[in-house]
Design a binder for this molecule. Structure first.
Ligand SMILES: Cc1cc2nc3c(=O)[nH]c(=O)nc-3n(C[C@H](O)[C@H](O)[C@H](O)COP(=O)(O)O)c2cc1C
Length: 250
């Protein structure tokens, strides 16, 4: 039998065949069995299945075709709203409006999202993360009606795959596995780690198409520029603060 983990890939094109509601619910329930800090489940998932819902969210994801082409869009949010209300309703005083608590909720959220993706993919469905969620969180929060202490972290597109998505490369284990202690590589060793990636046809094409000298420049100068990272940092930071998490620590 084919090893799912060795051949998994993101799927951005979907066939249009519907995902049964019971199947979606079952997968969400299964995903919720993922580990979660103190069993607090510091997340919520907003499920968008309507055309108008997906169309409304599309600009927040820079109109990536997977958003309107998928069957279901799932916005996974870090959520202390529910837990804090439970504390208050139970004569318990919550202290969770801080950076540590926010990170805890983000970890819970990412873990349940990935668990959901694995479950869906093992059932033959396709998924793709939309990292644009942290870029345009204010727009997403407004559309989804996210209240205090709820912040969108990742979005997942879901549907039955159309065609076969390409299998992407990964670094060899010596690049990311460190035995006992961190083995800090020098730049020439790091260049060796990335040599196979740089030699790929698709990498060479990216470099040529973007008029760059190196693949790394495609990342620094085109895909993830300092200006964009700083702008989206400000937007997300302000949004998280506006939702009641206090940064930095007083
Ligand atoms: C946090 C996160 C954000 C991502 N955002 C996007 C995105 O906005 N658009 C997209 O097409 N793929 C997105 N991806 C998918 C990655 O591009 C993909 O996982 C990576 O290129 C490796 O390819 P593979 O998943 O097919 O192995 C994202 C993945 C992660 C984990």
């Amino acid at each position: 039998m084919e090893n799912y983990f060795k051949t998994r890939r993101s799927v951005r094109r979907y066939s249009g065949k519907p995902v049964p509601t019971e199947m979606l619910t079952e997968m969400l329930v299964e995903a919720s069995q993922a580990p979660t800090t103190g069993n607090m489940q510091l997340y919520s998932v907003v499920v968008t299945r309507s055309d108008h819902g997906k169309t409304a969210l599309a600009p927040a994801h820079f109109n990536q075709p997977a958003v309107t082409g998928c069957d279901t869009l799932l916005t996974f949010c870090a959520d202390y709203n529910r837990f804090v209300k439970w504390c208050r309703a139970s004569n318990a005083v919550p202290g969770y409006d801080n950076f540590q608590s926010f990170m805890t909720a983000v970890l819970d959220t990412v873990i349940v999202a990935q668990q959901f993706c694995t479950i869906a993919e093992m059932r033959g469905l396709g998924t793709c993360y939309m990292g644009t969620t942290t870029y345009n969180a204010p727009m997403i929060g407004q559309i989804l009606g996210l209240p205090e202490l709820v912040v969108p972290v990742v979005t997942v597109t879901l549907g039955w795959p159309e065609g076969e998505a390409p299998l992407s490369d990964r670094l060899a284990p010596e690049a990311f596995v460190h035995i006992e202690k961190y083995n800090n590589p020098d730049e020439s060793r790091v260049k060796e780690f990335y040599a196979a990636k740089e030699a790929r046809d698709d990498s060479r094409r990216f470099v040529a198409e973007n008029g760059k000298e190196t693949l790394a420049q495609v990342f620094t100068d085109v895909r993830y520029t300092r200006a964009a990272c700083e702008e989206f940092s400000r937007i997300y930071y302000d949004y998280i603060s506006s939702k009641g998490f206090k940064f930095p620590v007083d």
